[in-house]
Design a binder for this molecule. Structure first.
Ligand SMILES: Nc1ncnc2c1ncn2[C@@H]1O[C@H](COP(=O)(O)OP(=O)(O)O)[C@@H](O)[C@H]1O
Ligand SMILES: [Mg+2]
Length: 243
């Protein structure tokens, strides 16, 4: 069954049409690589999947339920299961790494302090951040800040994760760490969409790709399928021509 299904999605800002009939789905446990040039509406699409943008028309189904008609209260509920790991990471500067990770659990769960501490230390381990719990964001490298941001987005154990260029601007070491974290989450059955220009990461973690161009998904399929398609967009992606 598709966990995320988008059908004939249309979205404009004023006269500027960004999406005009976008259709794709992601099955349970799959990672879809969403690729497209700058300004093609990748972030708008991800934001729509957590209700931060409303489609002008078309359908969004999440776990089989029509999300198009959700109220803000229903979206709040959805956002506990669907994490959006966005570009900046946006940590709270006045909080330590530990406090940053504790925040979503304190806000949204009834876990005891001990259970929260346990979860945080496991998470730090998983993201290669052990030992950094008492540091403040400004004491971390940019790459570490990004990893803490990602670790925090994952604290509520979401079923779906939307990664918006998680490795942009990162050095190879931090890129590898993010790849590992994405693969660990995938092994747990998390369904995800990865927006990226980072080809090695996309190939390391994605099961299939969808290419966004001219307001639509113009091509989608598994890597094997795309490689057998003449003039596939995957070649442009591999050659770094999609910027
Ligand atoms: N809130 C908004 N108001 C007006 N235009 C927007 C808004 N959000 C995004 N856009 C426009 O929509 C287009 C797609 O943006 P975005 O999804 O951020 O692209 P990208 O594929 O680079 O992530 C851009 O032209 C952008 O300027
Ligand atoms: Mg974007």
């Amino acid at each position: 069954m598709a966990v995320i299904e988008v059908q004939d999605f249309k979205k404009a800002f004023g006269k500027k049409v960004v999406h005009d009939g976008v259709t794709f789905y992601v099955k349970k446990g799959e990672c879809l690589g969403l690729v497209g040039g700058s300004g093609t509406g990748k972030s708008v699409l991800l934001r729509s999947l957590i209700g931060l943008e409303k489609p002008d028309s078309g359908k969004i189904h999440i776990n089989g339920a029509d999300a198009t008609l959700y109220t803000e209260a229903q979206w709040l509920h959805v956002r506990k299961k669907v994490a959006y790991a966005f570009q900046g990471g946006a940590l709270f500067d006045s909080m330590t790494v530990f406090e940053n990770l504790a925040y979503p659990l304190e806000e949204h769960t009834k876990l005891t302090a001990l259970a929260i501490k346990d979860k945080i230390f496991k998470q730090l381990d998983e993201f290669g951040l052990a030992g950094s719990e008492l540091l403040f964001p400004n004491e971390l490298s940019g790459g570490m800040q990004k990893r803490v941001g990602l670790a925090r987005a994952m604290m509520l154990e979401p079923e779906i994760i939307l990664y918006d260029e998680p490795t942009a601007g990162l050095d190879p070491y931090n890129t590898k760490k993010i790849q590992e974290a994405i693969l660990t989450l995938k092994a747990k059955g998390v369904t995800s969409i990865l927006v990226t220009h980072d080809m090695p990461t996309a190939f390391a973690v994605c099961d299939k790709f969808a290419f966004l161009k001219d307001k639509r998904i113009i091509e989608q399929g598994t890597i094997e399928q795309l490689k057998q398609t003449p003039n596939s967009m995957i070649n442009q992606f591999i050659e770094g021509q999609i910027l």
